[in-house]
Write a protein that binds this ligand. Sequence first.
Ligand SMILES: [Zn+2]
Length: 575
Amino acid sequence: MNLLPFGKLAPAKPRTFVPSTIDLGDWAQIAPLFDELEARVARAGTVAELEKWLLDWSELNAALDEEASCRNIAMTCHTDNAEAEAAYLHFIEHVEPQLKPRQFALEKMYVAHPQRKSLPKPRYEVFDRDVANHVELFRPENVALETEEAKLGQQYQKLIGAQTVMFRGQEKTLVQMGRYLEEPDRALRQEAWELVAKRRLEDVEKGEEIFDELVKLRTQIARNAGFENYLEYIFRQKCRFDYTPADCVKFHDAIESEIMPAVREIQADRRRQLKLETLRPWDLAVDPQNRAPLKPFADVGEMVSRTQKVFNHLDPELAANFQEMQDLKLLDLDNRKGKAPGGYQSTLSEARVPFIFMNAVGLQRDVETILHEAGHAFHAQATRGEDLYPYRSSPIEFCEVASMAMELLGNEFLEEFYAPTEANRARKTHLEGIIGFFPWMAVVDGFQHWIYKHPVHTRAERKEAYIHLLDRFGGDVDHSGYEAARAYSWQRQLHIFLYPFYYVEYGIAQLGALQAWANSRRNKVKALGDYKKSLALGGSRPLPELFAAAGCKFEFSAPTIRPLIQLAGTELKKL
Ligand SMILES: [Zn+2]
């Protein structure tokens, strides 16, 4: 039974190393390929042999990556299918754990290789830098600590996942409660918000305990690797070679000086429209004019054909790319029973084609998602000619430029979905969302800077540091009477627990996306040409060069941000 939405996809390049008949779910068939790679790298005496070896390793990695992706796609498209679940779990439990040490052994052999330094520099420098970094940071004593860390992460997820409330006689998850914050009835919103806040507060002490342990563990991991603190360590571990913690602090300051005035203006506008004295935390998600939700399309077929028209306006090459995804059935977009929640873009690394998964229900959010994921898909299609597997993907700071810029560029043609006034309403919500994201990012990132620079701190000090950040970046929302809920609101941000320091990337990328959008305002053809050229670089160049190719500065201080916020502000006034 084929559980994949698409048919059999041929590799973009015929295999020359991995046998065409191999079962990539069977470790016994995979292991000999690693044996062979180990034996061959030891024998590789020339640069040409080392390069050929790198390509064979790439071929194997792409094949394994595609196998994992296909199993994940089959499972998320059919959560109720036992066969799909078993195939996915088999790979996670029996192949992936075997892969990790074997991959690391190859990395070590590569780093120690005598021909490594003779590889052509511009071609291999990013790859070389990242592999060497990974090998250098490895400490055997950290393996057990990382397992501990993952277990604490699981405890956190269990804690959060178990949180439910009884609302009007029905048990609801906190995620389900979110929709009541969009209700026009203010008393109902307040009731829903209070209930959720109260439930979260019941678990605060447990959250504090888990987090205390995580900070201790992470600090130890960093010290074991020879770093003074986890902040310094994580920048290296995430291959952040092109910006420093100090750059991020400058970013936070620039958000305070350049973006907070715009945030306050948007909040004041909302307060006036809602005819309120003060904005309370339950007034932030409702439509300020109490309008019904926008209805961009009736079914997924219509969503796809209208999205196609948006790309037809934008660029013939991108339009052809989206058409190709339809032709190859690389889209599974409708919300139906037996599908996992959410949306993602996944790349089939061997066929070198993208796949988009979504749960569209007919809201404007779906239009934003399809444009966003299409941006990621275009990125995958642009790197199709790259044979070195690691270069077919970019660092997150740039991947999200591809997707977020596509939201902004695609939004120019929302009239394909809406009457003009409705299109403007959607654009306004989108731009306000972009502006409103920056301060929360500054809080999440700034809080973690403080935490790991002060690894020994009391819970009271931690609370004070967080409140200080909210005072800087919270804007004009009145939390009086709910001080405790406000002081511990960081506990619901799962990144702080599970993916430390993974957040600022979205802010950095959004600056790139806004620059690409500003460029297209000046010269549409050039901006789009630069966008496509930068995508085609994949991960082959460092971040500042990827940004430069897209016509953007890799820089996050006030002088870069100011004109972008001005443009967004001018645009908002027109809508
Ligand atoms: Zn994305």
